[in-house]
Ligand binder design. Structure first.
Ligand code: TXA
Ligand code: MG
Length: 351
């Protein structure tokens, strides 16, 4: 398959390009497109064959359900059985935006799209290119992140190309995404709202909007837990760079010293080394490749840079990687969740 590439910005939407992309989707094809979180790999959510094609293109297990993207509130009612009051509240505050809600699904949604589940994940993205594409498709676009299974989610079209060239019909380049981590997922099908995947919308923001307490899926707080995560995709290692990554936690000076010691050993053993540091610490490291993900306090910047940095290490052929640790409150919960997955839970604590 030859992949077609088109380029546009949110301010200058290529209407003709979007019309063709919508046609591809309606005919059962696949289109990668930007959203405000990460790039998505879109297919017709109501067509079981499109969903099968998405799994095949990503090399993703088909028991890992897809998120259905909508562009009009009234469309929600067609794909879910009921809209709980809590969902209405959250939609008013956070849609369009980086939030996915889990509902009981209607008959209209095929099981292929939901990985065999009776529930469906729904998101109403705010990116204008995504919005135009969903509208052109007719309203229901299934879209996982547009990476090959196991790789970091793409934050630029370049990375969609790396992973999916020749495997999808079209890639829409809409520049770098704004957020850089996937949407927050909240389950409203149980008695108590539960966060299944932390993201830009934090626990605190959900609680403020709902005026009630919100749970966090146990497997996010304790990744070594033997319980099965409620979001099937969260059980996979994911976001893995090719190099071996270790997170080092503790007082800043000790972390820097420890990492530098380890780097020396690794280099002596012939490894190509990389470090994820911050504005404050990056100049202090002696690695082959040092990444500065911004000021320590600026979590939005860290979130935006994280997946790109992991991919750059791969491109540079780094084999031994170290990262500083970040706060695990607020947006930090999402950052640390992705970083720990990338590290396969290898963490060193210093005190
Ligand atoms: O920001 C995002 O959410 C991006 C953009 C493209 O919208 N999409 C995304 O999709 O991250 P994906 O497929 O990479 O991750 C979807 C996650 C998986 O962990 C999956 O298991 C979970 O959502 N999920 C989907 N449907 C579910 C359901 N019915 N119940 C529980 N978890 C579900
Ligand atoms: Mg994904």
């Amino acid at each position: 398959m030859i992949t077609e590439y088109i380029t546009m910005t949110e301010n200058e939407i290529d209407r003709d390009g979007i019309r063709r992309a919508g046609e591809i989707l309606r005919n059962g094809g696949l289109v990668a497109f930007p959203t405000e979180t990460v790039y998505g790999l879109g297919g017709d959510a109501l067509n079981p064959e499109s969903s099968m094609k998405i799994y095949a293109a990503k090399g993703r297990p088909s028991d890992n359900p897809l998120i259905v993207h909508i562009c009009r509130m009234e469309d929600l009612h067609r794909i879910v059985r009921e809209v709980p009051e809590a969902a209405r509240k959250l939609a008013r505050v956070f849609w369009p935006g980086p939030m996915t809600m889990i509902f009981n699904k209607s008959e209209l949604v095929p099981k292929e799209t939901t990985g065999g589940l009776d529930t469906v994940a729904v998101r109403f993205p705010s990116n204008k290119i995504a919005h135009a594409l969903i509208e052109a498709e007719g309203g229901f676009v299934a879209a996982p992140s547009a990476n090959r299974s196991g790789r970091p989610s793409p934050t630029m079209a370049l990375y969609c190309r790396e992973d999916l060239d020749g495997r999808v019909d079209m890639i829409i380049d809409g520049g770098s995404v704004g957020i850089g981590l996937e949407s927050s997922i909240i389950d409203l099908t149980d008695e108590k709202p539960t966060i299944l995947r932390p993201g830009y919308i934090t626990k605190e923001m959900f609680e403020r909007a709902l005026e009630e307490e919100v749970d966090v899926d146990h497997t996010i707080i304790d990744p070594t837990s033997h319980l099965v995560p409620k979001a099937p995709g969260m059980k996979y290692r994911h976001y893995a760079p090719k190099g071996d990554l270790t997170i080092v936690e503790g007082p800043q000076e000790k972390v820097v010293d420890y990492i530098n010691e380890q780097l020396e050993l690794a280099r002596a053993a012939g490894e190509k080394t990389g470090v994820i540091g911050t504005e404050e610490t990056a100049p202090l490291y002696h690695a082959d490749s040092v990444k500065n993900v911004g000021r320590r306090g600026d979590e939005e910047e860290v979130a935006r840079d994280l997946f790109r940095v992991l991919r750059e290490f791969d491109d540079e052929g780094c084999t031994k990687l170290y990262s500083e640790s970040f706060e695990s409150e607020g947006l930090g919960m999402a950052i640390m969740n992705r970083l720990k997955k990338a590290a396969g839970q290898q963490i060193v604590h210093l005190d």
